[in-house]
Ligand binder design. Structure first.
Ligand code: P1T
Length: 399
């Protein structure tokens, strides 16, 4: 079995991390174990598997893979899934992480976030858990230092952010938090970057989560989420909650996601090449006012992004000249890009955040953040770049 602790290179890890031939047949891939339950020889006497919500070998194979990719320090001897935990969706993973917090805890979150994450924080857990919530622009170290008071119990970062592609200095957040709120759990939603681009645990974060629906699975055919814990102590707490709350990923989805991950290294290279070309094309276009892509020298955190990220990825947001009608016409006239929520898959997608993914963010907050009616977000896929550029050129002309 590949040792998830030994530092293989990422393109090898995406094939082998945490994997081994199946014990009885030598099959090179993990079988899809569909059983909901496992036989016991005598009450309490079993092979380590009791019930699939608690233990499933196919889910474990995926969980060990992602734990390896994110560099958890937890070994399989210590924990059967090496500190990785798979959930029914990214938001189910988020909800389980919030369950680490006691009633009334202070949670400080990045101001620009996936709309569904903000909705869960503000419209569900603020009420049901009494969270003391503050959203802060963590690209500003002074604002971050002010918000991270001693009472803070969790810090939630996305970088690059959805949809404005702000880049947060992860090492700087760790340094501030360890000084001002040493008890806080530091969580990074690494969905936009993928483990190919950055590994928050290596920079001192406690927990990393992903919507596996996006780059990890990469084919728009499974909804899921994962959490990776940096230490055994945290892994044990998340394992308890994964089972006690029960929002687990099913074995078919785990298998499919593991299959998707095998091409992650190849895909991210191509997403990044295409993303860079699309960003440069848009920046040079007369009908485009502003482009948000960490690989552009005009990005406010370009130097940081170069330091922190190995790839800039395929997510590009931009502001069209004109108004909502122009943005609508642009979206309606795309032929290769498809107008749809989600991101990170092989096919190129276009999203209008204000009306689609971020509609649940209050209009006033959207305006303050800059999620305007002319903001468009592209998930640049792995198609031929010339077809993508042609499509954008003709849709911009129609807009
Ligand atoms: O959709 P789900 O698998 O539950 O994941 C939620 C989620 C969490 N974090 C980030 C950064 C995300 O982008 C998402 C989901 N986002 C979209 C569906 C979207 O189009 O932005």
């Amino acid at each position: 079995m590949s040792d998830t602790k030994r530092a293989q290179r990422p393109a090898t890890q995406v094939i082998h991390a945490g994997q081994r031939p199946e014990a009885t047949t030598g099959a090179v891939l993990p079988p899809i174990f569909t059983a909901a339950t496992y036989v016991q020889a005598s009450p309490g006497e079993h092979k380590g598997f009791e019930y699939t919500r608690s233990h499933n070998p196919t889910r474990y194979a995926l969980e060990r893979m992602v734990a390896g990719l994110e560099g958890s320090s937890v070994s399989e001897e210590e924990d059967p899934s090496c500190g990785g935990f798979a959930f029914a969706s990214g938001l189910a993973a988020t909800a389980t992480l919030l369950d680490l917090l006691d009633q009334g805890s202070r949670l400080v979150a990045m101001d620009d976030l996936y709309g569904g994450t903000r909705r869960q924080f503000s419209q569900v857990r603020a009420r049901s858990q009494g969270l003391d919530l503050e959203y802060v622009d963590m690209t500003d170290p002074d604002a971050c230092r002010q918000a991270l008071t001693a009472a803070t119990r969790m810090v939630w970062v996305e970088t690059p952010t959805n949809p404005l592609m702000k880049v947060v200095d992860l090492a700087a957040v760790v340094a501030i938090a360890r000084e001002t709120c040493p008890e806080a759990l530091l969580v990074c939603d690494n969905t936009f970057a993928s483990p190919m681009a950055q590994n928050p645990l290596a920079l001192g974060f406690d927990l990393v989560m992903h919507s596996t629906t996006k780059y990890l699975n990469g084919h728009s055919d499974v909804v899921g989420g994962v959490v990776v814990a940096s230490t055994l102590e945290l892994a044990q707490r998340v394992r308890f909650l994964q089972n006690a709350v029960g929002a687990v990923m099913g074995p078919f989805d785990a298998y499919q996601t593991l299959r998707g991950i095998k091409t992650l290294a190849l895909r991210i290279e191509r997403h990044s090449e295409n993303g860079q070309r699309v960003a440069e094309f848009l920046e040079a276009h007369d009908n485009v006012e502003q482009v948000y892509y960490p690989g552009l020298p005009s990005h406010p955190q370009y130097e940081l992004a170069k330091r922190q990220m190995r790839f800039f990825g395929g997510m590009v947001s931009f502001r069209l000249a004109g108004n909502l009608d122009n943005a609508r016409r642009f979206c309606e006239n795309l032929r290769v890009f498809q107008l749809a929520e989600s991101l990170g898959a092989v096919e190129s997608l276009c999203n209008h955040p204000a009306i689609m993914t971020h509609a649940s963010v209050p209009a006033e907050t959207r305006q303050k953040l800059g999620i305007s009616d002319t903001l468009v977000r592209l998930s640049v896929g792995v198609e031929d770049i010339d077809d993508l550029l042609e499509d954008l050129r003709q849709a911009l002309a129609e807009a």
